[in-house]
Design a protein around this ligand. Structure first.
Ligand SMILES: [Zn+2]
Length: 357
């Protein structure tokens, strides 16, 4: 019943080596803000609160809200703190960091990024943080990533797709903090809670190694078990959807992992290219509308609150296909019922099952 992606042995060595001398400026600023002497150590209670008010001393920073939520569970468990640079509603494809956030990344023990080209607007900031001594781990490459080509729904736009894929591959190869050659892999790994359970383990182990504190690995294991339960819960909810109601068209190519993990099918994508910043041409839209009708798509998925006029236009043109709003790019704001990664995944599964059942 459950899927268990075969996760390869963790590949180490892509992260930047920590350069001790480079931490100086931010570390000093942090210490003086805490009122501690230069060699006095930091007390968790006295640590300067950041915007998202973590419980303890900030040891790690995550780029996305999803990674930030999982990281927060791990650091809460240990009694330290962490922050995410993105907030609810930020689009990870084009988010750019403030200079304060770059400094925060440089000053943390570790920075966890999604990678695989997701954080296109953060690449310079991550490079700067690495140059300032931050240890950066890209999590998605550790999670048995899928190729974009598997179910990206552009089968009848073969020429464009090849170009888009080539573009993506170029971006990935130019990625300053990830020098290996991996071709066009899909960064949207968080849409499979099983992979994010694995991410918790990876992050915990890396923090343990980086800090010398073994509790990070233990807590990573606990969070992994929690998320494995979320994975089962999502699978159970989505199992309610009848076999002949499982064909989806999505606003951008964010759903391949959800489809692969939970037995759904993506038959079309509104915004080409794997990101959210391209505009489909009118011919592409007309072809997509035909494709949605031909494929008998059962729902059109889009991001909560995105209000994409293109998606609405496609839905209107097609007629009787419901538009379902999901937390596809990040977790929800306070009060949304989707304010943790786990809650967002269950929210998504529930919304999808309700729309299709
Ligand atoms: Zn995306």
């Amino acid at each position: 019943m459950t899927h268990s992606p075969s996760v390869p042995a963790l590949v180490r060595g892509r992260r930047r080596a920590l350069m001790p001398g480079a931490l100086g400026l931010t570390a000093l600023l942090t210490l003086s803000a805490c009122g501690a002497g230069p060699d006095g150590g930091t007390s968790p209670e006295g640590a300067e609160a950041t915007s998202s008010a973590p419980q303890g001393e900030v040891v790690a920073v995550a780029t996305t809200t999803q990674l930030g939520s999982v990281l927060g569970q791990i650091t809460d468990c240990v009694g330290t703190g962490s922050v995410a640079v993105m907030g609810p509603g930020d689009d990870p494809h084009d988010f750019s960091a403030s200079s304060q956030q770059v400094a925060q990344m440089a000053g943390a023990e570790m920075v966890f990024a999604n990678g695989l080209g997701l954080e296109a607007g953060l690449e310079a900031a991550l490079s700067n943080a690495a140059a300032d001594g931050a240890t950066i781990l890209e999590v998605a490459p550790e999670l048995d990533p899928l190729p974009f080509t598997a179910v990206d729904g552009h089968d009848d736009h073969a020429g464009e797709t090849a170009e888009e894929h080539a573009e993506h591959a170029d971006e990935a190869e130019g990625d300053a903090h990830d020098g290996h050659d991996h071709g066009p892999l899909d960064p949207h790994v968080w849409m499979d809670a099983g992979r994010m359970a694995q991410a918790a383990e990876v992050m915990g182990e890396d923090l343990a190694q980086q800090t010398g504190e073994p509790r990070y690995a233990d807590c990573g294991g606990e969070v992994k078990a929690d998320l494995a339960e979320v994975d089962q819960q999502v699978a159970q909810i989505l199992a309610e959807i009848p076999e002949d109601r499982r064909t989806l068209v999505t606003d951008h190519a964010a759903y391949n992992y959800l489809a692969e993990a939970y037995g759904l099918e993506v038959s079309g994508v509104v915004i080409p290219g794997g990101s959210t910043d391209a505009e489909p041409s009118s011919q592409e839209l007309a072809a997509l509308v035909d494709q949605i009708r031909d494929s008998g798509a059962d729902a059109l998925l889009t991001s909560v609150g995105a209000g994409s006029s293109t998606v609405q236009a496609v839905a209107q043109e097609v007629g009787d296909v419901p538009v379902v709003e999901l937390y596809e790019s990040g977790i929800g704001p306070a009060g949304s019922g989707a304010e943790t990664y786990a809650e967002a995944m269950v929210f998504n599964a529930r919304a999808l099952a309700d729309a299709l059942t």
